[in-house]
Every structure is written in C-alpha cells, then in structure tokens.
Write a protein that binds this ligand. Structure first.
Ligand code: GLA
Length: 324
C-alpha cells in the first residue's frame, strides 16, 4: 500500500467483531469481499454491494445463494475508524443481460490499486454467471478513487478460469493478480502489465491441488505472505498462510495462523484483505466477512488483529486482541 496518514490511535481501536458496522451517516456499511487503498492522506474501502432478496439458485450441487449484483461500493476515511459513504464506484448494468456487470450476474471481491505512471485507479474483480460457470476477471479504471470506474471488459488470464481473486502491488511498482483457478483446485499468480490493465504470460500455479480461496497477500520484512480459506462456500473454515521469497517463486504452505477459541473457523469469518496498521510495523488488520448465506445483505464483518511474531503471523479473536 502507498504511504498514508499515520493514525494516532493504538491498533486495537481498529478491531471490531460482527457488530453492525456503521458509516458516518449511521447506516450499515455495505462493502463485502472488500479491499482498501491508501491515497493522498485518505483510505478508500471498496466492496461488493449486496442488497435485496437472497435466493438459492436451483439445480446446483452446492448452496448457491445469491443477491442481485449491486456493483462496487466505495467508502472513504481519514482514520480507518470513521467511514464516509462515497456511493457506487462501479455501477451494475441494468439493461443488457449479456453484460458482465448485469444485475443477474455475480460481482465479487473487487480490489483497487493505483498506477503511478498512468495516474489511474485500477480495479480488478471476479465476474461470473449466477452458476459460477463464466469464471472471469474483470477490470475497470477511474481517474478518481471514488469513481465512477469505467468497465474495460474481462479476461481469463492465459486461458485460466478465475474465481476468488485479490491484487497485490509490490514496492517496485509491479502488480500481481492472484486467483483461485482450475475449478478452485489450484491458485494462480500472474504478473500484470505495467499499466495493470492486462495479465502477462508470467504466471505461476501455487498451492497446487490444495483447494484454497479468499486470497489476501501482504509483505513483511521482505517476505510475501498469502492468507487463504478452504473452499466450503459461504460457511467458515480454517485459514492457512503460505510464504514465498518472491511473488512468482516457491510458495510454502504453513498452518492456521489463527489462535485461541474459534481458530478452526477463522472466528466465523472468511478473509478478504490484510491492512498494515500505520505506525506499527508488525501489526496488521485481517479483514474478514461473516457471511449470512440466507440473507447476504445482512452479512457482517470482523476486523481481526494480525500480529507478526518473528516471521509468523498470528491472528486473534476478540477476547485475545489486546497487545502482547
Ligand atoms: C466463497 C467465496 C465467496 C463467494 C462464495 C459463493 O465463500 O469466497 O467470494 O464466491 O463462496 O458461495
């Protein structure tokens, strides 16, 4: 992430657990599968806007609950505590049933990074059909962090299917798209072009045949850490972390970084992003979604404490989030 304002408050003020999380107007924040970008003294939070009736898509072998695709919501903050609703940064399409962003489709896990050369905010997101058979990565751009983002289309990088995804912008300006592929069996990591608008052919299969999803990548003291969940639909499961020396290098899978009661279910959540805590180099916040599968609009969030203990991440539930 880019330089951002240092927050004066201690990191534990940032953790919150599955209580209604309200914006500065007192309304529930509607930004699921979220990511955050820091830019010019502000933070911008992007997430899936889930609104309306949840329905079960018939004929699937799994619990395919969905709401109409609501586009991507954006909130801004100067302190990571108070979030102002900016509105819909990437609007859904309401008229063309063949459009990737039509309300009948799936829009998930939007992530945004800033390109210093083109001065564009670049959003990648998982776009899919309601049965998840389309499996593409969409890309959109905006000159302003709050949008409106212009949709540029979608792609299967090097012919590979895309489901849960995340983005990572490295210190050297290179950016990577990380995504669950091969019917969720194996993750892929692909280097993006310099403008971040397309995949290159520099791609690597990682966590091969481990069936991981919900990727969230961060860097700490020169190493790369990838948190993922298992594949159990909307139900929570145990997270794991993997470590590599370079993004396209060898990723070594480790165990569950969560500790204490609730660790086996990631405290009831599924990860989506890792936020460095300004001014506290070994402290991060692990953003998780607590899905309510039969009423997805009512899904909650938990921001969990992630502390680096030596080279190992440790993630704590509410009762253990105090500094140590
Ligand atoms: C998993 C994924 C979510 C969503 C649901 C659909 O939880 O992480 O992004 O695709 O499955 O069931």
């Amino acid at each position: 992430m880019q330089a951002a304002p240092a927050t004066a408050h201690p990191p534990q003020k940032l953790y919150h657990q599955a209580v209604p999380w309200l914006d500065t107007d007192g309304q529930p924040i509607n930004a699921h599968g979220a990511g955050i970008v820091a830019h010019q003294n502000a933070y911008y939070l992007y997430g899936e806007l889930k609104a309306g009736k949840t329905e079960l898509v018939p004929g699937q072998g799994w619990e395919c609950y969905r709401v109409p695709a609501g586009g991507v919501a954006c909130y801004s903050s100067h302190d990571l505590l108070n979030w102002h609703k900016e509105g819909v940064a990437l609007a859904p399409n309401t008229t063309d049933p063949h459009h990737d962003l039509h309300v009948s489709k799936v829009i998930e896990r939007p992530k945004v990074i800033y390109n210093d050369r083109t001065k564009l905010f670049v959003m990648w997101l998982h776009v899919d059909s309601e049965t998840y058979g389309y499996s593409q990565a969409g890309v959109a751009t905006s000159t302003s962090p709050t949008g409106p983002f212009q949709y540029q289309g979608s792609v299967q990088p090097n012919g590979q299917m895309v489901r849960d995804l995340t983005l990572f912008k490295d210190d050297d300006g290179r950016a990577y798209l990380i995504f669950a592929s091969e019917s969720n069996a194996t993750m892929h990591m692909v280097l993006l072009t310099d403008d971040y608008l397309a995949p290159t052919t520099q791609e690597k299969q990682i966590l091969v045949n481990q069936s991981r999803e919900a990727p969230a990548l961060f860097k700490y003291r020169g190493l790369y850490y990838l948190l993922t969940s298992g594949c159990t639909g909307w139900a929570p499961n145990a997270a794991t972390y993997a470590v590599a020396k370079t993004p396209l290098g060898e990723w070594r899978q480790h165990g569950n970084p969560c500790v204490g009661p609730g660790a086996a279910s990631t405290f009831g959540g599924q990860g989506t992003f890792v936020l460095p805590v300004p001014g506290h180099p070994s402290e991060f916040v692990f953003l998780t979604d607590r899905w309510n599968k039969t009423d997805l609009e009512a899904s909650q969030y938990a921001w969990l404490r992630l502390k680096m203990v030596g080279r190992r991440p440790r993630i704590y539930g509410a009762s253990q989030a105090q500094p140590r």
